[in-house]
Design a protein around this ligand. Structure first.
Ligand SMILES: O=c1ccn([C@@H]2O[C@H](COP(=O)(O)OP(=O)(O)O[C@H]3O[C@H](CO)[C@@H](O)[C@H](O)[C@H]3O)[C@@H](O)[C@H]2O)c(=O)[nH]1
Length: 486
């Protein structure tokens, strides 16, 4: 039987790549007729992604229906410091993607069923159109975020609104995917800046309308309101929405970039802590704080008396889009004597084996930047969160988690940090952090939250089982793909 081949094109960076690859693997597992080629874009000097793709390639067996093609790394872009760096980089790949698609159409023993791009890669939809291929989106954030993005597109392109009016504004927006008004303070900052970057991103998002369907890394039980709104009047278009998640990397070995601290040592340490006693702090692949804020967190942890596991990494060099790296010696930024005084109850690490940590029974709470993958991982493991968003759509996620879904404590909802770590624009004092951690970890503080998170843990697992909501959504997507190649 002729196979249907999908071409996945995630944007550069680990978080989008990992969930895309996991999505691809799941489709392969679900249907023997599907094969997938993932086109991988690596930013210059991205050793983290390099490491991940190498492990992935060496694990793939030759008969595998998952194929990886590395798009050329363009070193000259390493010196591009423009605001639009990411978009320039992605657009510079158009020519290569066109060549690859053309070759695949000629040579493949499968029929190309379409391309699946993520939110930053919709410029490739034009190429799919040239070859009369279908386009789909794999949306790596929440359904509520998707709803907001589509709403902003219609405000700008249909209602001629200028989004910069919401910068530093106390206004609230009525967004179909949210049951309550959304404060302008939690809108992704990128949209509020006057410049080519926000215009470009909005144009990318407008192209969602040209796709046949949108797979969202969420599940119906978690975001029922948003998904209902999207499926009825949220978009006003004909795309199908497929809540297919949570799509997680349960085999972390592939993405573990740990250098200083092996997973074993960390898990051994957790093994010696009592159940639900440890607060885990981790701020995603790009998360870091300046020294002042690091000290404040340390004071809060010490004053809380709570056991802790803290993934602490140093800010990337100014103006560089690099992952923060572990400190050679974290004591250089921690308060004097902190490591000594907290020995036994606390551990400071670099990159964390996050899924393994969240799955460990000793972990009772998670201070998170609210990246969507981290959010889903926390829900999957039934660990309540405290929100400390930093950039991208994380403030919106924090708002959703705390106010809409009631599954997280707030440290802050609208904290912002400059993506390029050029200047901290916000600061949280130790007492505010300590008191949120106490609420998160306290025996009485978060009963409602704990209850809801533990319900969602069960529901997230059921959603993926045969007959579950996400399983059915995956089947519908597969049916659409197979039918369109018939
Ligand atoms: O020390 C670490 C840090 C991160 N991770 C993993 O890295 C991923 C991080 O993903 P996510 O939580 O989504 O955060 P970001 O890396 O910040 O992801 C980007 O992409 C997400 C999905 O679109 C967005 O929600 C975020 O705002 C955006 O910053 C997760 O799987 C974590 O388990 C680790 O394993 N160890």
């Amino acid at each position: 039987m002729k196979k249907a081949e999908l071409i996945f094109i995630p944007s550069p960076g680990l978080s989008h790549l990992i969930s895309t690859v996991e999505m691809a693997k799941l489709l392969l597992q679900r249907d023997g007729c599907i094969s997938v080629t993932v086109l991988i874009m690596k930013l210059p000097n991205d050793l983290v992604v390099e490491n991940y793709t190498q492990k992935l390639s060496s694990a793939a067996n030759p008969s595998s229906r998952l194929r990886l093609i590395n798009l050329p790394v363009q070193d000259e872009l390493a010196s591009n410091k423009s605001e639009n760096f990411l978009f320039d980089f992605i657009e510079s790949q158009v020519i290569h993607v066109r060549d690859i698609l053309s070759n695949l159409i000629e040579s493949s023993d499968s029929q190309l069923a379409g391309i699946v791009v993520d939110m930053f890669c919709t410029s490739f939809i034009d190429i799919a159109n040239e070859f009369s291929l279908n386009s789909y989106i794999f949306f790596t954030s929440s359904a509520a975020c998707l709803g907001l993005f589509l709403h902003l597109v219609s405000l700008v392109f249909e209602n001629d609104q200028d989004l910069t009016q919401y910068k530093n504004s106390d206004a609230e927006l009525h967004v179909p995917c949210f049951s309550r008004p959304v404060p302008a303070k939690v809108l992704p900052f990128m949209f509020l800046e006057d410049g080519p970057k926000s215009t470009k991103f909005l144009r990318y998002l407008k192209k969602f309308r040209e796709t046949k369907g949108i797979m969202v890394n969420t599940f119906s039980e978690l975001e029922s309101y948003a998904i209902q709104a999207l499926s009825t009047d949220g978009i006003g278009n004909t795309q199908k929405i497929y809540p297919v998640g949570p799509i997680l990397n349960l085999n972390e070995n592939e993405s573990n970039t740990s250098k200083n601290e092996s997973e074993e040592v960390i898990l051994d340490w957790l093994n010696n802590q009592s159940e639900s006693s440890v607060v885990f702090l981790c701020f995603g692949s790009m998360g870091s704080f300046d020294e002042c804020q690091v000290k404040e967190i340390a004071i809060a942890l010490e004053n809380s008396g709570q056991s802790f596991l803290w993934s602490l990494r140093k800010p990337s060099p100014k103006g560089k889009m690099e992952y923060p790296k572990a400190y050679d010696d974290p004591q250089q930024v921690l308060p004097d004597g902190f490591v000594e005084r907290t020995k036994g109850i606390g551990k400071v690490i670099g990159w964390a084996p996050q899924m393994a940590v969240l799955s460990h029974p000793a972990v009772g709470g998670f201070v998170s930047h609210c990246g969507w993958n981290s959010t889903l991982e926390s829900v999957w493991c039934g660990v309540p969160m405290a929100t400390w968003p930093m950039y991208a759509e994380q403030q919106l996620n924090a708002f959703e988690l705390v106010k809409e879904l009631g599954i997280a404590e707030a440290i802050r909802i609208d904290f912002r940090r400059d993506f390029k770590a050029e200047s901290p624009v916000d600061f949280v004092g130790s007492e505010e952090i300590r008191s949120a951690i106490s609420r998160l970890m306290g025996k009485d503080g978060n009963i409602e939250i704990s209850k809801k998170v533990s319900e969602m843990k069960n529901k997230s697992r059921m959603a993926l089982q045969e007959g579950g909501s996400s399983y059915i959504a995956q089947s519908l997507f597969i049916e659409d793909v197979i039918n369109s190649t018939a």
